[in-house]
Design a protein around this ligand. Structure first.
Ligand SMILES: NC(=O)c1ccc[n+]([C@@H]2O[C@H](COP(=O)([O-])OP(=O)(O)OC[C@H]3O[C@@H](n4cnc5c(N)ncnc54)[C@H](O)[C@@H]3O)[C@@H](O)[C@H]2O)c1
Length: 337
């Protein structure tokens, strides 16, 4: 049995608590959150202990795996402390919003050598995974272009969240930057990005954009276009299309139900999930399951620290491109590390 400790009992911490509960090879041993009420509520919900500090949780010999679900500014120290304590680490993205610090953290983690997985849960969506496997198997021939759209939910994050998020490219687009490397199996060459504030003025007041387009040229010349919006009035809408020399493959938008009504001259289908937690509910559990299988010695590929770092390098290039209205080569960002 793998005993788990969760650091951070907010939105994503609760999601990971559910994933641990669903996995028969795991048990939730302890949780920590500086908000005592959060920690107590989560411990009660999942039948776990409350750790009095992160250090106490890391020092708990019964714990094998630490899930880091704290705010981004706590990640770096907690990734390192958990790894130094000999724990396997399932950490939420990003490693750190400052790329130089994230790189230094990755270098230290490489030296420690403990298993680390980054929470790029979209890789574990059933349909996205089918698309990736078929593209990699050559089912559509040579990849020419990829379109990844993600819009929603029907609200924007609080100004406080936006100010500490590192910006749209680092916070949300980073998931799709990771997906294009994973789908194509290729590294990126150059990035161009543009952003606008069109849906909610509060996003602009917090110094961020709510609508963005990113184009990435991969090493083969294949072009990936990412179309991301913080808000969509109609729900949570994610889609991927990959176009190749032999055909096209799509992971289509997932609706919240599959009921169709026809009346008079109109067809009415169920709409979309309300947010990413509903849209990707199964993928969070599947991500943890994959890491547990890896820890059990199975040959399972999971997004590790190098993937986390590369996605951040691409997000950095996109942030720079949008700020300076120019194409940014990945080598330029890597040269600064
Ligand atoms: N992979 C995904 O789909 C996904 C989705 C949402 C959030 N995230 C990431 O997860 C992290 C947390 O986001 P969230 O939306 O759950 O935030 P949240 O604000 O809902 O929850 C954060 C929790 O951490 C607690 N906390 C504060 N300081 C802490 C510390 N030093 N140590 C431990 N806990 C601390 C807070 O009290 C709060 O309960 C962020 O880094 C975010 O980027 C990932």
């Amino acid at each position: 049995m793998i005993r788990v400790g969760i650091i951070g009992c907010g939105r994503i911490g609760q999601v990971h608590g559910l994933s641990v509960e669903k996995n028969r090879a795991c048990t939730l041993h302890a949780v920590y959150d500086p908000g005592e009420a959060n920690a107590r509520a989560m411990a009660q919900r999942f039948g776990a202990n409350v750790a009095v500090s992160p250090e106490a949780l890391f020092a708990e010999t019964a714990i094998d795996l630490v899930v880091i679900a704290s705010p981004t500014d706590a990640h770096e120290a907690q990734f390192l402390a958990a790894a130094r304590a000999g724990k396997a680490v399932f950490g939420e993205k990003p490693i750190d919003n400052n790329l130089a610090r994230a790189y230094a953290t990755v270098q230290t983690l490489r030296g420690i050598g403990t298993p680390v997985m980054l929470g790029f849960n979209r890789r574990y969506d059933r349909d996205h995974a089918t698309l990736q496997a078929e593209v990699r198997a050559g089912a559509i021939g040579r990849v020419q272009s990829m379109q990844l759209a993600s819009r929603g939910p029907n609200s924007v994050p609080s100004p406080q969240y936006l100010r500490s998020s590192g910006g749209f490219y680092r916070d949300k687009c980073v998931h799709f930057l990771d997906l294009i490397r994973w789908i194509s199996g290729e590294e990126p060459l150059e990035v161009v990005a543009m952003g606008s504030v069109l849906a909610d003025v509060s996003v602009g007041e917090a110094g961020d954009v709510d609508t963005a387009a990113i184009v990435v040229r991969m090493q083969s010349g294949a072009l990936a276009h990412i179309d991301n919006a913080r808000r969509a009035a109609y729900g949570y809408d994610d889609r991927i299309e990959v176009f190749g020399t032999q055909g096209v493959i799509e992971s289509q938008r997932l609706r919240s139900g599959n009921v169709m009504r026809i009346r008079d001259n109109h067809v009415c289908l169920d709409g979309l999930p309300r947010n990413s937690f509903e849209r990707y509910a199964d993928s969070y559990a599947a991500a943890l399951d994959a890491f547990v299988e890896k820890l059990q010695g199975k040959a399972v590929e999971v997004p590790g620290i190098e993937d986390g770092l590369m996605a951040q390098v691409m997000a950095e290039a996109a942030t720079l491109s949008a700020a300076q209205s120019r194409i940014v080569r990945i080598s330029e960002v890597l040269a600064k590390l």
